[in-house]
Design a protein around this ligand. Structure first.
Ligand code: CO
Length: 467
């Protein structure tokens, strides 16, 4: 077995995103940052994902300012972010110049590790972000290629090995398997990690999973036995349930095997002590739902992620059609096959689930086709993992119709978004970061910047009165 396995701490990003919908304000963790800086983590995931939107929309914080403050308080730790390739932090496709500027500013404001993924594993969608990372990299920068993990007849070990090789050839320095639904089993982890390590040699492999279905500790154990280099964990107060396995638990378990995590025992326990009262506060306020803290094995029974299942049940209840539940559930694998087995993550999970419900309710498959499915066939989401159903493609695109790369062409337009941002913000914008915030989340950014301006004017008028 390996002698060293490093740990990424997720409490500041994925853990709080999964448990409390990314509502953790900076003030709740500011005090522990200097301590966290001494823990010896491989990295601290603290930015990107939903944190950016949440800062502007709910927490009245400038996400860039948050990043700079974390950077200042943790000079010795690798800071990590999650980036959705060409979509940056949302689901909207961005132009290349916006992607490039976003990456440049992320590095400038303090990010070291940029973990880049695409929901469909269409690697054309992560190429621009990778190139920008290389272009603006400093000595600490790491470009991490990330694969959305899913199970299907076409997602074999060989297929994953092929994807990893492609990411390595593209120039990524580390590769992460991202099991967002927490459905990777110990057996799958063993075969996957062995296969990937055999094929890739020295490239560090990272495993990211969630405790949602209860598999995660077993899965991590098997992955470690099979040679994984880095695992994602969350400090125990903010672990388990829909979050990651507990950092301290893995530390103690691995220590007995003589596996060095590089972590300082006292420090990681102090970090946990800090978050215990925070957790209680989130429970008391109702922000942390007990459901998120438990184990939900339904995803293993039905082979669909928990969120997708509850969404489907809500839809059927709305339509008074719960008697069609079993039929709709059975229809999901067929729709997914017709779409070329996309990973069941947002927005694909909703797309597949809704079409399955439509097919069952109409009593005839694809009598009615949702706009999202039509756009998917047109190529708006990227290339499907396996070929789509030909008859359905003909039905949607016409005889001989093929998906087009409109998004890739569209991405080459430059300057437009920045021009629009400058016009919309006027003197509200103080820096390039403000423009990027507006391009990503226009309404929230205007609201935030207007409040910032009002606050600044208040300060000025007080100063005058005092004088
Ligand atoms: Co995750």
């Amino acid at each position: 077995m390996k002698k060293t396995v490093r740990i990424t701490e997720t409490v500041l990003r994925d853990s709080q995103q999964s448990l409390i919908a990314t509502r953790m304000p900076f003030a709740d963790f500011e005090g522990i940052l200097p301590e966290m800086d001494k823990a010896g983590y491989y990295s601290v995931e603290c930015w990107g994902g939903a944190t950016f939107d949440s800062c502007l929309r709910y927490l009245d914080e400038d996400p860039w300012e948050r990043l700079r403050k974390i950077r200042a308080a943790m000079p010795n730790t690798r800071l990590q972010m999650l980036l959705r390739g060409q979509n940056l932090l949302g689901y909207k496709h961005s132009h290349d110049d916006v992607v490039e500027k976003f990456v440049q500013l992320s590095i400038k404001n303090g990010i070291d590790v940029i973990r880049i993924f695409d929901a469909l594993n269409d690697f054309r969608n992560i190429k621009t972000a990778l190139e920008a990372t290389k272009k603006y990299a400093n000595k600490r920068t790491i470009a991490s290629g990330c694969i959305s993990y899913t199970q299907s007849p076409v997602h074999t070990v060989e297929k994953y090995v092929e994807m990893c090789k492609e990411l390595k050839e593209m120039g990524f320095e580390t590769i992460c398997l991202k099991d967002m639904a927490g459905t990777m089993s110990p057996w799958e982890a063993e075969h996957l990690i062995k296969g990937i390590k055999d094929a890739l040699g020295d490239t560090p492999i990272i495993l990211h999973t969630h405790c949602t279905t209860g598999m995660a500790y077993m899965t991590l154990t098997k992955a470690i036995e099979s040679g994984v280099d880095v695992i994602d964990c969350a400090t125990s107060a903010m672990s388990n349930g829909t979050s990651q396995p507990a950092t301290e638990t893995m530390f103690y378990a691995l220590a007995q095997y003589g596996i060095d995590t590089g972590l300082n025992e006292d420090v990681i326990n102090k970090v946990n002590d800090h978050f215990k009262p925070m957790k209680q506060k989130y429970i008391d306020s109702g922000l942390l739902n007990p459901k998120s803290m438990g184990t939900d094995s339904q995803a293993l029974v039905y082979k669909v992620p928990g969120g997708m299942l509850s969404n489907m049940i809500a839809n059927l209840k709305d339509m008074n059609a719960m008697d069609k539940f079993d039929a709709a559930l059975a229809e999901i694998p067929s729709v997914r096959k017709d779409l070329g087995y996309p990973p069941l993550v947002t927005p694909l999970s909703q797309m597949v689930g809704n079409q399955a419900v439509i097919n069952v309710l109409m009593g005839e498959r694809y009598k009615q086709i949702s706009t999202e499915v039509k756009n998917y066939f047109k190529g708006e989401y990227g290339i499907s993992p396996a070929p789509v159903d030909e008859a359905l493609q003909t039905k949607i695109l016409g005889e001989g119709g093929q998906p087009v790369d409109c998004r890739i062409e569209d991405a080459k337009r430059t300057g437009e978004e920045f021009k629009k941002a400058k016009e919309a913000l006027g003197d509200l914008a103080r820096c390039e970061e403000d423009l990027i915030s507006w391009i990503c989340f226009p309404e929230q950014t205007v609201k935030f910047l207007e409040a910032r301006k009002a606050e600044a004017e208040k300060v000025v008028s007080y100063t005058i009165e005092e004088a």
